[in-house]
Write a protein that binds this ligand. Structure first.
Ligand SMILES: Cc1cc2nc3c(=O)[nH]c(=O)nc-3n(C[C@H](O)[C@H](O)[C@H](O)COP(=O)(O)OP(=O)(O)OC[C@H]3O[C@@H](n4cnc5c(N)ncnc54)[C@H](O)[C@@H]3O)c2cc1C
Length: 498
């Protein structure tokens, strides 16, 4: 297949860079969560030339985040002729920003480290985290297929072998790259490579504006590409457009309490797929369930990964004290920060922890991290009482040694204390992070209408779908969702078109 020339590609990357500076869009290089080279920032991917666009394909995937690319790979490997349309100048979406990792249970990587886990425990903890409002059929399929999703990625050269934990999980089941770096850039790079290796037509700057239906069945899309709006036919369409956390108007329409909050989301997370599918009668679920993440740096809207707390970081208030179990679920930790008089807090950690979470190097290069050679110096810099901060760290280290946090009942992320100078702090507060609601799907990733009936040929996966997470998403479960249900959507759509 003819591809863009390198020169044209360079022009596109320049355009992406211009858009980035004008709109604050994510570019692969700009989104690097780590200084570890994953390869993504090194590559100018050769997306498909718009002149190659055909009139018809078997399956159209809308959106090239992790969910869309997983779906495309799976559909292609099931024998379908599939195309991907991505509206932004580069692929990746919010997936590119994902930092902590991907949750999965009973995996070979857990076994290799002697971590005991079970799909039932993963199910139960996700259900508790979601306040028992999760769609339990979706959740059952999700946990039971999580280990095979890790193996599937591994078979494609995407190896998530390093384990950590996130809030609400009692065992280490959050899988990340071997070097402990952020999951998103590494995952997106691997998925793009796999899409391109399979010669799947992959169009960027291609904004899908309508899903077409003929006699009740999906029949294609209308897409703005290369300065024109064209109709492209297909027997199945997979909506993988992500959530709406970047569309503040839509966020406040569903939850007016979130007016004025910053968002961690990329510019393209505008809920397009939800609206297009709704126009075909698709049902939406849990739309008011919008997650705020507790640790967002407010000047840059940059997320401080949960792995910092998962590896032993603590939260302290302006008075220098801990105030909540740092690894409680995100909604509870966010609520505790908002309840502080100052409505912000500091994530505090030491030099040893910095070595275990390489994403911190990125925060440091962005100027988000305050450093003190001693606890006293750190306290002075962030203007908290020195003795209180010292006492807080002493008490925390004693809790770690005792293996018991009597003050707040924390049980995870406390195997190593904070004892190695220098010490660090990042000022954070909650920000809009994830939209748990979306299109109602079944375990075949088929989109359902208001009567619970399948809309023939319409599939959805990832943050565009709703129900799996209930009222609170557990960190690491969204990346698992996009891979598990993206893969399922691709394979079921391929079965459907045969
Ligand atoms: C800062 C940050 C950190 C996170 N960290 C983690 C983590 O560590 N672990 C975890 O589990 N989850 C994490 N999440 C959540 C997780 O990354 C997302 O929920 C998930 O990646 C969404 O994937 P997706 O494929 O559904 O959507 P996306 O990755 O957002 O991709 C959707 C794509 O569709 C495109 N699109 C939208 N509309 C159209 C249209 N009309 N036409 C064509 N294309 C369109 C978008 O531009 C985008 O590229 C994080 C989220 C953020 C913002």
């Amino acid at each position: 297949m003819k591809k863009f020339s390198k020169i044209l590609m360079s022009l596109l990357m320049v355009l992406a860079g211009m858009l980035n500076s004008v709109y604050g869009l994510s570019t692969v290089a700009a989104q690097s969560d780590t200084d570890v080279e994953s390869g993504a920032s090194e590559n100018a991917y050769e997306y498909t030339d718009p002149a190659e666009l055909a009139d018809a394909y078997d399956i159209i995937v809308i959106g090239a985040g992790g969910g869309g690319m997983a779906a495309a790979i799976s559909a292609k490997d099931s024998g379908a002729n599939v195309v991907v349309f991505e509206k932004m100048p580069i692929a990746g979406g919010n997936t590119l920003k994902a930092s902590a990792g991907m949750n999965a249970s009973e995996t070979k990587f857990q076994e290799a480290e002697g971590i005991e886990d079970s799909n039932d425990l993963f199910f139960d903890e996700t259900l508790v985290g979601g306040k028992e409002t999760n769609d339990q059929e979706l959740l059952r399929y999700f946990v039971d297929n999580s280990a095979s999703a890790i193996d599937w990625l591994d078979s494609m050269g995407i190896t998530l072998s390093n384990l950590t934990t996130t809030g609400g999980m009692s065992v280490e089941r959050t899988h990340r790259p071997a070097d402990g770096s952020a999951v998103g850039e590494y995952l997106v790079d691997g998925l793009i490579r796999n899409v391109l290796e399979r010669d799947i037509p992959f169009f960027v700057n291609s904004n899908v504006v309508e899903i077409l239906q003929t006699e009740g069945a999906v029949s294609g899309v209308k897409v703005e590409i290369n300065g024109e709006t064209v109709e492209v036919q297909a027997d199945a369409v997979i909506v993988a457009t992500g959530g709406f956390g970047g569309n503040l108007e839509m966020v406040t329409e569903y939850n007016s309490d979130l007016d004025g909050f910053v968002t961690t989301n990329h510019e393209g997370a505008t809920g397009d797929g939800l609206l297009m599918a709704q126009a075909l009668g698709a049902a939406l679920v849990d739309m008011e369930q919008i997650q705020i993440h507790p640790t967002v740096e407010q000047e840059t809207s940059y997320l401080v990964t949960e792995a910092v707390r998962g590896e032993g970081g603590i939260l302290v208030s302006q008075s220098g004290e801990r105030f909540h179990n740092e690894l409680d679920t995100r909604d509870n930790v966010s609520a505790a920060i908002i309840a502080l008089p100052e409505q912000y807090a500091y994530v505090v950690f030491d030099e040893a922890l910095k070595g275990r979470v390489t994403a911190i190097n990125q925060y440091e290069s962005m100027g988000l991290v305050v450093k003190g050679d001693t606890i006293e110096e750190l306290a002075e810099q962030i203007e908290v009482p020195v003795e209180t901060l010292q006492a807080t760290l002493d008490a925390w280290n004693e809790s770690v040694t005792a293996g018991s946090d009597e003050a707040f009942g924390r049980t995870t992320g406390m195997s190593i204390g904070l004892e190695e100078a220098p010490y660090y702090a990042i000022k954070i507060a909650p920000g809009i992070h994830h939209t748990m609601g979306g299109l109602k799907i079944n375990t075949n990733a088929e989109v359902l209408n208001e009567d619970g009936e399948v809309i023939p040929g319409l599939y959805a996966a990832g943050e565009a779908s709703g129900g799996l997470h209930g009222q609170n998403r557990i960190g690491g479960n969204a990346v698992a969702d996009i891979i598990i249900y993206g893969r399922q959507a691709g394979s079921k759509a391929a079965e459907f078109i045969k």
